[in-house]
Design a binder for this molecule. Structure first.
Ligand code: ASP
Length: 326
């Protein structure tokens, strides 16, 4: 059977029993409504409570997650493993596809169809845009995208939005400034698309060659979000409630000379932080390679370590939700 993207994969489930996560793939944040986000954030709060109180639960005992990564990862891969283990489930980690049958020429659909014989849910990171949608069409089990090339990184988008909510207590009314490689940064693509659902003011700060893709800009404008673009972080730092900094994505450059020209374009320093609001939260999906000075880490507004911890609670919530155990 070949599925349409995002068709629920629970045979015999009547529409009134479906909520938007049970048996679903998570391949783009475009599939979510504000209600969905409120639901998943509530669950993430509960997961945080469980971890803080008792460390783990057996909610997903007997369930297996296949973690299939065709690109490097530290946080996403390990937080999915930790999330599954804290829910009592087990993990098949495939983090070096060079040691799998992929090197023998196996196609993505066949690899997916293999893993779903053993697992109940598959997390997939892949270098090609749209790979998770392809995988989702062939899989009988839910596929959760862990990033598809320069496309999207939906679970990062969710944890980023959740972090904004937990840091500032609300999302509507905020001025969010995104800084860095807005062209290739998939986390920026997912977060901007989520923010279009809220009454937010969005600023995009990048070198000219790394501007937000026109397609996403168009989606934001269609949703009534005014888009301000600039090359200068100084133009937004004083009024931003969230400054979301990203790495220049070296691996996406065909011409390394171009990368060299823009790689050190921005650095958030303690001096720059002096200009920002007292209540501002500084975020970064990480890894950082020079965009935020280490001396900023001690500033209470530096939210990037809390942000990565939130990733585990969001991923616990998502796993429980797509497996119908929430
Ligand atoms: N870890 C994030 C990603 O996989 C951000 C980055 O790599 O710069 O997209």
């Amino acid at each position: 059977m070949v599925y349409k993207a995002n068709e629920p994969k629970i045979v015999g489930l009547t529409p009134d029993r479906q909520h938007s996560f049970y048996g679903r793939d998570i391949v783009s944040v475009k599939q979510f409504s504000r209600d969905d986000l409120g639901y998943i954030f509530g669950l993430a709060d509960e997961m945080r409570g469980i971890v803080k109180r008792v460390g783990a639960t057996d909610l997903l005992k007997g369930y297996v997650l296949a973690n299939l990564f065709y690109e490097p990862s530290t946080r996403t891969a390990s937080s999915f493993i930790a999330a599954m283990q804290r829910l009592g489930g087990a993990v098949i980690p495939i983090h070096g596809v060079q040691y799998s049958s992929v090197t023998k020429g196996e196609s993505l659909p066949d690899t997916i169809r293999t893993l779903e014989c053993y697992a109940d849910v598959i997390v997939l990171r892949h270098p090609e845009v749209g790979a998770s949608e392809v995988a989702a069409r062939y899989a009988n089990k839910p596929i959760i995208s862990a990033g598809d090339g320069v496309g999207e990184h939906p679970t990062q988008g969710l944890l980023d939005l959740y972090t904004i909510q937990t840091e500032l207590g609300h999302i509507d009314g905020l001025h969010v400034a995104m800084v860095g490689d807005l062209k290739n940064g998939r986390t920026v693509h997912s977060l901007s698309r989520l923010l279009r659902l809220y009454d937010t003011q969005l600023s995009f700060v990048s070198p000219n060659i790394l501007r937000l893709p026109v397609e996403i800009k168009g989606e934001l404008q269609a949703a009534g979000r005014p888009v301000f673009e600039t090359e200068k972080v100084e133009q937004v730092i004083e009024t931003a409630d969230i400054v979301y900094v990203t790495r220049v994505q070296k691996e996406r450059f065909a011409d390394l000379g171009e990368y060299e020209a823009v790689k050190n374009y921005y650095e958030i320093t303690p001096e720059l932080m002096k200009l920002a609001k007292k209540s501002m939260a500084l975020m970064h999906p990480l890894p950082r390679v020079g965009e935020i000075h280490y001396d900023v880490d001690a500033d209470p507004r530096a939210a990037y370590f809390r942000q990565m911890e939130n990733g585990m609670y969001i991923r616990m919530a998502l796993l429980a939700a797509v497996l119908g155990k929430a």
